[in-house]
Design a protein around this ligand. Structure first.
Ligand code: AMP
Length: 469
């Protein structure tokens, strides 16, 4: 039985979240504002809820709510504004369509608990694969959960099995959890950043006004005026406090498995992961796609925003003209996470519209970064033909998605994936394109510039790097 089948039948356990996290230790600075600005920069990683926790060195204060950072924090007048902080952390959350009932205020993060070790605030990006198992065990031992988040699970593990201080407690309990995680923890006088031993989700370290900061993506550092120092290493925990920064390799990293989808779709183009700029990687994905699937055409256009870099690379490689053939309504959120197919169909039209005068009578190449269910591509092809395009050549700057993600990206069960059920030619027919081409896996490794042994490719290959145990 393959893991993909197993995931599809049983669900992936826990929540699938690709969120954004931030942490800073900087006594005397305006940490409420700086955390808010960092969360604005990470908003693309999650639009469902937002939260900030501040510590004044004695207590931790929290404000979180449903919606965008601006919705939760504009006109905020609560206690966080009066605290004289030493440390702060924040979280933006993104949730899958398969678990809409979990989109509740209690599940917003950071999660704040008070235990015998003191205050602990937790923010998580990723998804634990043994969450159900651990939760069952803790419940049998008497733990009562108030949320369905992996963060609360960690908090219970620390409270139950931890020792006197947070640092040794985390060292003690983190080996029990399996899956993808980039955590920021905060106690009264310390901030911690931890990345799972595979390094599936990103987490970077920066320096802001002489203080250390942590963020899911480096674009948050640019926004607050911090300098990027480096990525947190897989299996590494950093501890930031009044003494500065310490690093501990808490778990051995035998195999790295950075999520390749961060490069393809998820991360912001101005961020760097592993020292590689996301925009430039996407452009190279487009160039490689053009080498593999060239096409005689008049214009190349991308699906805004995530595919524009790949479309420009595609056009440059073939010496074709790159055009703004499609406009995105920026005031509508991501359609992908809408719960039903009918709403998803309308969502694409609400969000995207071809520029008729640009595409009319032309042979158009449309580059998109990925196809998941096929909803977007089918609508796009229909819209371009309706706008008068003579031919619509669909080009995808990633390989065929065949398996769900259990590490935090919203990629649904196999049965919903068009690439799982159909051949490329059937997909072409289904979406009504003149021609169709996906980037090969080899082409993707070449463009990303990271060895395939160091990437998580589960959604493209069905091979999951973490043993379910
Ligand atoms: P679909 O319409 O289901 O085939 O989804 C593909 C479209 O959604 C593409 O235009 C992608 O840019 C975008 N996309 C791909 N993966 C995700 C994701 N995990 N969350 C939100 N949007 C996505």
């Amino acid at each position: 039985m393959s893991l993909a089948w197993d995931l599809e039948e049983r669900g992936t356990g826990g929540l699938k979240e690709a969120c954004g996290v931030f942490g800073v230790y900087a006594p005397g600075e305006d940490l409420f504002q700086v955390t808010k600005y960092a969360l604005y920069a990470l908003q693309h990683r999650g639009q469902e809820s937002a939260g900030i926790a501040l510590s004044d060195g004695r207590q931790v204060y929290l404000k979180k709510g449903m919606g965008l950072v601006s919705e939760v924090f504009t006109n905020y007048k609560g206690p966080l504004k009066d605290v004289e902080p030493v440390a702060a952390m924040g979280h933006v959350r993104y949730l899958t369509s398969s678990t809409p009932r979990r989109a509740t205020p209690e599940n917003a993060q950071p999660l704040l608990v008070r235990s015998r070790q003191g205050c602990l605030a937790v923010a998580h990006n990723g998804n634990l694969i043994n969450a159900d198992e651990l939760r069952d065990r803790l419940e049998k031992e008497g733990s009562i959960f108030q949320t369905s988040t992996d963060s609360e699970l960690i908090a219970h593990l620390v409270a139950r099995y931890g020792s006197h201080d947070l640092e040794s407690s985390l060292k003690g309990v983190l080996p029990f959890i399996r899956g993808a995680y980039a955590f920021v923890f905060m106690a009264e006088k310390q901030v911690f950043g931890v990345r799972d031993p595979y390094g599936i989700r990103p987490l970077s370290l920066g320096l802001w006004n002489g203080h250390y900061v942590l963020a899911s993506e480096t674009c948050a550092f640019d926004t607050i005026g911090a300098e990027t120092i480096r990525d947190i290493e897989p299996g590494e925990m950093v501890i930031i406090d009044g003494e500065g920064l310490r690093s501990v390799q808490i778990l051995p990293s035998e195999r790295k498995a950075l999520c390749v989808f961060e490069f393809i779709y998820f991360a912001r183009p101005d961020s760097n992961i592993c020292g590689k700029n996301i925009h430039l990687v996407r452009k190279e994905l487009g160039r490689q796609l053009a080498r593999e699937h060239p096409v005689d055409s008049d214009i190349v256009t991308g699906v805004p925003d995530s595919s524009l870099a790949a479309a420009s690379g595609f056009a440059e490689e073939l010496g074709l003209s790159y055009e703004m053939g499609m406009i995105k309504n920026r005031y509508i959120g991501r359609t992908f996470i809408r719960p039903t197919q009918k709403i998803r169909d309308i969502g694409v039209q609400l969000k995207l519209n071809p520029v008729q005068k640009v595409v009319e009578g032309k042979r158009v190449v449309v580059v998109d970064d990925s196809i998941v269910r096929g909803t977007t591509s089918k609508k796009l092809v229909e819209m371009f033909f309706r706008a008068g395009a003579k031919e619509v050549h669909m080009r995808i700057s990633s390989p065929v998605v065949i398996s769900p993600c259990c590490y935090g990206i919203n990629i649904p069960a196999s049965r919903e994936l068009i690439g799982y059920k159909k051949s490329v030619d059937d997909i072409r027919r289904d979406i009504g394109a003149t021609s169709m081409g996906y980037l090969s896996q080899e082409g993707m490794f070449k463009a990303v510039g990271i060895a395939k042994e160091e990437l998580c490719l589960a959604c493209f290959s069905g091979n999951y790097p973490i043993d379910r145990g």
